[in-house]
Design a protein around this ligand. Structure first.
Ligand SMILES: [Mg+2]
Length: 429
């Protein structure tokens, strides 16, 4: 029998803020989009804010109505990423089978290291203590013989807790819980099950494989396997994680984009960060995809191939603008826009001296962008930017906090990943 842990950092964003600034522990704290901006919503909150009724996803003004002394800080994604990586490095000291599930959760298969550190529960407590002392954060850990129940265990009791689900106790602990506590059961599935009189995880298991298969096809089968503890899916080795499939950024700027000029400004900011990340990972893209959403929330995706690998913001942005010009006439303003480099290939390390004027020009752009990367690294993100970004004080702000990196395929939440794959496949919505 395997021993699998699922570790979930508790209120990750808010906890990182508190770890860096312990004063925040004494006040109700939330991480939120900038207040003046339209999409100012609560992204995370600490324990005191939670007690005051603040909920993730609600508007900042709503939260402040319930909790007038709520302190709202803007998100610092780089910092959160750094802490999640440090947590993962702790897990990796107990096994090389560490699989990310979303940014702040991991499965860890410790079957091979029990003889070194003790049983699953002991390792879970070791990890819990280290996260507390080394990161000043808390983690909840589930321990079980399969991934599904391990994940269930980490959700069961938080914060700073360990829950062990064994073949002896799962009927008492897991089975009485509602179906939505089971991984992959979303609202639609919950409704379908309810209509058939299936309310608890135990109901799924006791309905039997045949019934579940007849009722819900392949999904039903998977649910039965999950609910009865028969899941055999393996924890991937960390260093064998899926390769990065695309690198993208999207944003909903503080005001709608009414014309090409507006969109151009935003696309430049996005392309800059896409190119920077491509270069960081020594990758280049051979295609570009844009994602548009208008003010009536219709979405459109279009893509374009390059004749050569590309890693400059200059070329990425130009390709995005060309797509925009062809496919959008601004009959409605755009609310959000995204751009990603697709069909990635390893970047060529050396500059090739080119004889062609056009290529030479692109090389110069690349050298310029790499120089700018270096300046930003040394003096901060806003130390250098394109002049065009300064031309609009509102849209120019996307350069700051509101750009959401689209996570790497490997680190994505499964459902997100599925959703992402679907949108990628749809192509022309
Ligand atoms: Mg978490």
């Amino acid at each position: 029998m395997r021993t699998i842990l699922h570790a979930d950092l508790n209120s990750c964003y808010a906890s990182v803020e508190c770890a860096i600034n312990p004063e925040y522990r004494k006040v109700p704290l939330a991480v939120g989009g900038e207040k003046e901006l339209r999409h100012g919503i609560i992204l995370a909150k600490n324990e005191l804010a939670k007690q005051a009724g603040v909920r993730t996803g609600e508007a900042i003004w709503q939260a402040q109505k319930k909790c007038p002394n709520l302190v709202v800080v803007p998100p610092h994604y780089e910092l959160y990423k750094d802490y999640c990586e440090r947590a993962r490095n702790i897990y990796l000291q107990y096994s090389d089978m560490v699989e990310s599930f979303g940014p702040d959760e991991c499965w860890i298969d410790v079957t091979g290291s029990l003889h070194l550190f003790g049983d699953g529960e002991t390792i879970a407590h070791l990890i819990r203590n280290r996260i507390r002392t080394e990161l000043d954060m808390t983690v909840s850990v589930g321990v079980s013989w399969n991934k599904i129940f391990a994940k269930f265990g980490s959700d069961y009791k938080k914060p700073d807790a360990v829950t062990v689900i064994t073949p002896e106790n799962y009927r008492d602990i897991v089975w009485p819980c509602p179906v939505c506590d089971l991984l992959f059961v979303g609202r639609a599935t919950e409704r379908t099950l309810r209509n058939r009189g299936i309310f608890t995880i135990g109901d799924i298991a006791q309905s039997g494989l045949q019934y579940m298969r007849n009722a819900l096809g392949k999904n039903g089968e998977a649910l039965y396997i999950a609910a009865s503890g028969e899941d055999r899916s393996t924890v991937k080795k960390y260093y064998e994680a899926e390769p990065i499939k695309s690198v993208g950024n999207s944003t909903t700027p503080p005001r709608d984009m009414k014309n090409m000029q507006d969109a151009r400004l935003v696309l430049y900011s996005l392309a800059d960060s896409v190119a920077k990340r491509l270069r960081t990972y020594n990758l280049a893209c051979t295609g570009v995809q844009i994602h548009l959403r208008d003010t009536e929330l219709h979405t459109l995706e279009r893509q374009k191939q390059f004749s050569h690998p590309v890693s400059t913001a200059y070329e990425i942005c130009n390709a995005g603008l060309a797509l925009l010009q062809t496919h959008w006439d601004f009959h409605l303003p755009l609310r959000s826009i995204g751009i990603r480099g697709i069909n990635l290939v390893p970047a060529e390390k050396e500059f090739q001296v080119s004889l062609f004027k056009e290529e030479k020009q692109i090389q110069n752009k690349e050298i310029l962008e790499i120089t700018a990367d270096g300046i930003r690294e040394k003096y901060g993100k806003e130390s250098i930017c394109r002049a065009v970004i300064l031309s609009d004080s509102i849209l120019g702000q996307v350069n700051k906090a509101s750009v959401t990196p689209i996570p790497f395929a490997a680190a994505m939440h499964r459902e997100q990943h599925e959703e992402f794959k679907k949108t990628m496949q749809k192509g022309d919505l």
